[in-house]
Design a protein around this ligand. Structure first.
Ligand code: BES
Ligand code: ZN
Ligand code: ZN
Length: 492
């Protein structure tokens, strides 16, 4: 798909006119009414410019060569997430009716900022996403979903970089959608490793992968191996490193939970909704996507990504509750509940990152607990950090990208819940309270007291119900958030 910026309106059969709900609404509608010959009073009565409201109009006038005008409401707020979602939603719903070429008319808006162009490009590109990974019906896709698609954005803002960035972001997000939406037989730890290798080759960053029990043993990744014990699929430990141009780059380490399927292990999960556990690599997906996008955009940062990956399976060889094993950090872990496996593999991921890379900022992401969903629902990820500055910066970035976060405590009052009599730490308190917080306290043990560490529990936001699919599906949560956060650290 091509997206072009044009300072003057040219002929397009279908024209989208975004309308803001502000004091200018009557003037915006009056202009549409006069340009295309509509009754202004009827238009004003029928269209309130609510967020995502659409009104399809068919002008009579042949001189303009526009035969369809779609008014698209933005609502009262007009941040990046509103622009993006309105355009994604419109494209998703109407793409089968779009001709190959559409126009977006921004000429009536006073000041079109770069983020508006980026969000429109991102939203339209994402709106073309097709979730039908394994459908056998291969009827021709709508013309707007083919390579022939073209969008002309009419505006005085000529910043093509913003448009390209919106498209580049969407392309990586869609690759992440595919990865998370893939069923467990189409996505093993090796698949993630291959994905990373290929991405590193394409966008020029370093990827080292350790695959199989032998290679992980050699690396002392005992905790990952403990979770992997019952799985017929090889575990993988993926280490990615991207270094942009320049001196004195901010150094950021990202660690993502890559459980490609979580049965719970011997502490087996109930069967209801277990299929959703194909998304238990949502943290890994956020890290993989951010690595790719930051490298693609060539941001001047030093970014390291680590993904410990395994299935969590039920088998005679599976690690059982009560077993004690070592971790990369040397600390021993007592397995109380095999369904609390994410924190165990992250223990090795975090320790490996701290020991080998010493990043200035350390962030991990994981679909870690049902408890965070009980606490925050599907609207926000849980944010845990002892660093107020890092907390505020992440909270603010989340507001900006629409990937919301809410801070929860990491007080030592919760620490004793994880004391074990026989080992250094146990993986579950045994109590049905404060589960997301105690999980974060477990991770803290393996961060080597890093002063600038944050943990994001994304269990409720990585894979959700929404308007773009009929079942739960991937949101690629974290890709835009982390990319914007990484960018905010760039020293001018
Ligand atoms: N992968 C799950 C958490 C999860 C639940 C993610 C629902 C997405 C949706 C995790 O491994 C898990 O099972 N956590 C347990 C921990 C408990 C046994 C201490 C949980 O939260 O119930
Ligand atoms: Zn689990
Ligand atoms: Zn899990």
């Amino acid at each position: 798909m091509k997206i072009r910026l044009q300072q003057q309106k040219s002929e397009v059969a279908t024209l989208i006119v975004p309308i803001l709900k502000n004091d200018n609404l009557p003037a915006q509608l009056a202009q549409v009414a006069t340009t295309y010959g509509f009754n202004e009073a009827l238009l004003t009565a029928d269209f309130k410019a609510a967020f995502k409201e659409t009104l399809v109009l068919y002008p009579q006038s042949v001189t303009l060569n526009v035969n369809k005008v779609i008014l698209l409401g933005l609502g009262e707020k007009n941040g990046a997430i509103e622009w993006l979602t309105a355009f994604r939603s419109l494209t998703h719903n109407q793409k089968s009716k779009f001709p190959a070429q559409i126009g977006v008319d921004l000429l009536a808006l006073e000041n079109v900022e770069n983020y508006v162009l980026e969000s429109i490009a991102n939203g339209i590109t994402l709106g073309r996403y097709n979730i039908n990974l394994y459908k056998t019906d291969k009827t021709d896709p709508p013309v707007f979903c083919t390579e022939a698609a073209e969008v002309s954005i009419f505006t005085q803002n000529t910043n093509e970089t913003a448009v390209n960035r919106g498209v580049a972001t969407a392309e990586t997000q869609m690759r992440i959608f595919d990865l998370v939406n893939a069923g467990a037989n189409h996505k093993t730890p090796k698949t993630l490793a291959k994905w990373a290798k290929k991405s590193g080759k394409t966008y020029d960053y370093n990827v080292t992968t350790y695959i199989g029990r032998k290679e992980l043993e050699k690396q002392n990744l005992h905790a990952v191996l403990a979770v992997n014990a019952g799985s017929p699929a090889d575990p993988a430990f993926i280490v990615m490193e991207y270094k942009g141009e320049g001196e004195n780059l901010p150094k950021i380490g990202l660690v993502g939970k890559g459980v490609t399927f979580d049965t719970g292990g011997i502490s087996i999960k109930p069967s209801t909704n277990m299929a959703n556990m194909k998304s238990d690599m949502g943290g890994a997906a956020a890290v993989l996507g951010t690595m790719e996008l930051v490298a693609k955009l060539k941001l001047p940062v030093h970014l390291i990504g680590i993904v410990p990956s395994t299935e969590n399976c039920v088998d005679g060889k599976s690690t059982k509750p009560s077993e004690v094993f070592k971790s990369y950090a040397g600390k021993t872990i007592e397995m109380i509940d095999t369904d609390a496996e994410g924190r165990i593999i992250l223990a090795d991921g975090l320790a490996y990152m701290c020991k080998n890379f010493q990043p200035d900022t350390l962030i991990d992401l994981a679909t870690l607990t049902g408890s965070v969903i009980a606490t925050l629902g599907y609207a926000a990820a849980g944010l845990f950090t002892n660093n107020d500055e890092l907390a505020n910066s992440l909270l603010q970035t989340g507001q900006q990208t629409g990937e919301k976060l809410w801070r929860l405590p990491l007080w030592d009052a919760y620490k004793d819940d994880l004391n074990s009599d026989v080992a250094d730490v146990r993986n579950f308190s045994g109590k049905p309270v404060a589960g997301a917080i105690t999980a974060a306290k477990f991770l803290e043990v393996f961060t080597d007291k890093h002063p600038n560490w944050a943990h994001l529990d994304i269990a409720g936001v990585a894979f959700t119900d929404g308007e773009f699919a009929s079942m739960k599906s991937s949101t690629a949560y974290g890709v835009r958030l982390l990319t914007a956060f990484v960018e905010s650290l760039i020293k001018n």
